[in-house]
Design a protein around this ligand. Structure first.
Ligand SMILES: [Fe+2]
Length: 172
């Protein structure tokens, strides 16, 4: 007969083993730190650009554009925390190092000299290209699923920005 004490210690050992397997599987399948830094910095830069557009729109399309940029920066801002937490969980705190993130953002400010929907589209497309590249790398099922969700959200932004470039006003 198994005593209570034994089953408790066996349960503890089982938990230790499964936790080790779980953690090592995540670490082995982690994306490179540099890639997380790049994705996070680009999202933060996009959020800042889109919110600045939201504050500074003018012209006949003022209200539609004001709402469009709010929709776009909200979408990006919602992704930032999830990306950062997944980056820390799989690649470590280095992946969200503020200095590295700021260095990347400073290098990104010249990505496009233009403003408005064209610049927004170039930033979203850049992120989609990075995500397509990342998809060829080894990662956990959960991380792949998460990044696919991010890509899907960005494809909606591409659609909205293309509509705006074609002169179709956003109605909210
Ligand atoms: Fe606002």
């Amino acid at each position: 007969m198994i005593s209570f004490r034994n089953s408790k210690s066996r349960l503890k050992r089982f938990r230790e083993l499964t936790e080790t397997v779980h953690t090592s599987a995540l670490i082995e399948a982690s994306l490179p730190v540099e890639l997380w830094v790049e994705i996070l910095a680009l999202l933060r830069y996009m959020s800042m650009c889109f919110q600045t557009e939201h504050w500074t729109v003018s012209g006949t399309n003022y209200y539609g554009d004001h709402l469009l940029w709010m929709r776009l920066y909200d979408s990006v801002a919602k992704q930032i925390d999830g990306v950062a937490e997944r980056a820390v969980g799989t690649a470590g705190e280095e992946a969200v190092d503020l200095g590295r993130s700021l260095d990347k953002i400073m290098a990104m400010k010249d990505l496009s000299g233009s403003r408005g929907a064209e610049k927004g589209l170039s930033l979203v497309n850049r992120l989609l290209m990075i995500l397509e590249g990342a998809d060829r790398l080894e990662m956990s099922i959960g991380t792949r699923d998460f990044l696919n969700g991010l890509a899907s959200e960005m494809e909606i932004s591409v659609y909205l920005l293309k509509q705006r470039i074609e002169g179709i006003s956003y109605k909210g």
